[in-house]
Ligand binder design. Sequence first.
Ligand code: SF4
Length: 475
Amino acid sequence: MLVMRKWAVRHAGFLERIYRALARILRAMLPVARAIGLERLERPMAGAERAIKGFLFDCKMCGRCSLSDTGMSCPMNCPKQVRNGPCGGVRADGTCEVHPDMRCVWVEGWRGSQLMSGHQLSATPNPPVEYNLAGSSSWMRLMTDEDARVDSTPATVRPAASNLERLLASDAFVVTAEFSPPDSADPADVRARLAPFAGSVDALNVTDASGANCHMSSLGVSVLLLQAGCEPVMQISCRDRNRIAIQGDILGAAALGVRNVVCLTGDNVATGDHPGAKHVGDLDAVSLLATARTMRDEGRYLSGRKLVAAPQLFLGGADNPFAPPLDARVMRLQKKIAAGAQFVQTQYCFDIERLQQYMARIRDAGLHEQVRILVGVGPVGSAKTAHWLRTKVPGVHIPDGIIARLERAADSREEGRRFCIDLIQQIREIPGVAGVHIMAARQESLVPSIVAESGVLDGRAPLFGGGQATLAALA
Ligand code: SF4
């Protein structure tokens, strides 16, 4: 099957022409099909489709075919069911984060798209799979023109939903940081972890079972942070919940005062402490963004059912300028913006040159004016940790020179801290970057000195622990 999948991508241009001809023929046959009866035709058409597309594309008959938008590489073969890829975890050699023996389905799709008339994957978001259509014929829908796209109309102008949104709109250089929820049911364990961040950051991202490891929920921690006077950025991963549960959580979080949400596809379950768990993946990061934006701007669920009160949200996503295929990363960000992302936080940056190249492309496309970009940084305590991050955490790119620098250092922890400070100062100078996002797992005590010595706040008080003056200036 892998052989035929590769063949299909290599001949994507030829297959696109066949597909277009097929679409024309099917549409021309609609009156005849109606005379025979569309329902009577469904079974034989689905059978033919299964045989042909199964052979060529390893088709799973999801019922919502998007091959012409995915470079003739079927996204249903992606182990995380990402329909708007490539995800941020693609390995440096282009293989899949989950199955290293397989090329990433979306790397292949990007390659196939270069042979097609559009020459690139569409920046228009693909909708999620409708599981009640599984096994049915998408050719029949092509005939009747019923296939849907995710609405990508620009977000309507509305008042800022959060202080973080206000701050980013003010053009201040913003500092957020990652907060790791405890393995505890005691709120005191959340409060005890806040000390290093007060007086240093504007908002805290609350991870949602990061690395697919179980911890206190991001919703629970977000509410505890609000009670402690800190603005949370609640992460929502598509890995563990379907669209029904996620939409309920969005409403519950908004009702409790959570305003900032980051939409993530989620890490692979096999990397976490419950490798036997099921990866849900009912939505992906892009379709989750579109869902949250629909709830906010149109006051309805994805199903169309009306909400009594719409949630006020500032919507964000993740971005990885450092994972291949680098050429596809701008398109992936465009997709997220089209789906509703107003800010993104990137994967760890350890390669300033690669970031500068990426930002130049972002500026050329004008995306820095449509989305606020916060670059991920963090102190790495030793060469061993850097090596572990590079090999075990999907999508982390650390050049050899950084590891060598840590190896040579007499005090590698201090060297890692200094490197982080230097990096922040360089990132600050890149046009189009709106802030930094500090990820200092197990080194949270270094955050105050990193923020202070980098001068990143430029003398202003951060929102958390001293931001009254900042807030008053924004009012
Ligand atoms: S690397 Fe990510 S997007 Fe690509 S096939 Fe694997 S899980 Fe899917």
